[in-house]
Write a new protein. Structure first.
Length: 187
């Protein structure tokens, strides 16, 4: 038992791994940088599988169970002549907490499409995109999210501005609409 009688995780390690096969040009992102795009730099077609496991990694105030998660994902990015490049991505996820946290046990899905224009406007290129995500937990409180956005890509992952409108739908709750503007800088 933990503090106040609550259960805690032990000292068990979390084991995680990923395998990816690149059919065309390797993605080239360092340490599997999960950007889902090369911003039209190369043609990419890849499929990946990842998994995680931790003994006693799922904890509530009354139960402890093992945690297992895995996914399969695919990414396609193809240059379309001099006009730009299209990006398609899809993924399936499965999470298992040994029934300890039913709101986190379940399946999830992701699908996305984007297009980066090759012509620069000012310092960068525009990349509109759409992404759909769905989580079907064992407690039947489903979540869906729709993202409509545009990136202004100045220097790949090192400098970009993003604007995204998101609509989130959760079973038996009011929908949530939000607009997010972000700036990404890396050195």
């Amino acid at each position: 038992p933990g503090v106040g009688g609550n259960l805690t995780t032990g000292d068990e390690l979390l084991y995680a791994g990923r395998i990816q096969y690149d059919f065309w040009t390797p993605n080239g992102a360092p340490a599997y940088y999960t950007g889902s795009t090369t911003f039209g730099a190369v043609d990419v077609l890849s499929i990946g599988v990842a998994a995680q496991y931790q003994k006693d990694g799922s904890v509530s105030t009354t139960k402890v169970g093992d945690y297992t998660g895995w996914n399969i994902d695919a990414l396609l990015e193809k240059k379309l002549g001099d006009s730009g490049a299209v990006t398609l991505e899809a993924a399936y996820y499965e999470y298992d907490t040994d029934g300890v946290i039913t709101s986190e046990d379940g399946n999830a899905y992701l699908a996305g499409i984007g297009y980066i224009f090759s012509d620069k406007v000012g310092w960068g290129q525009f990349q509109p995109y759409f992404r759909y995500q769905k989580f079907e937990p064992d407690n039947n409180i489903e979540t869906k999210q729709y993202d409509y956005g545009v990136n202004y890509v100045i220097d790949s992952f090192n400098a970009k501005v993003s604007a995204t409108y998101s609509k989130t739908e959760v079973t038996a709750t009011p929908d949530v609409d939000k607009f997010v503007v972000g700036l990404q800088l890396q050195f």
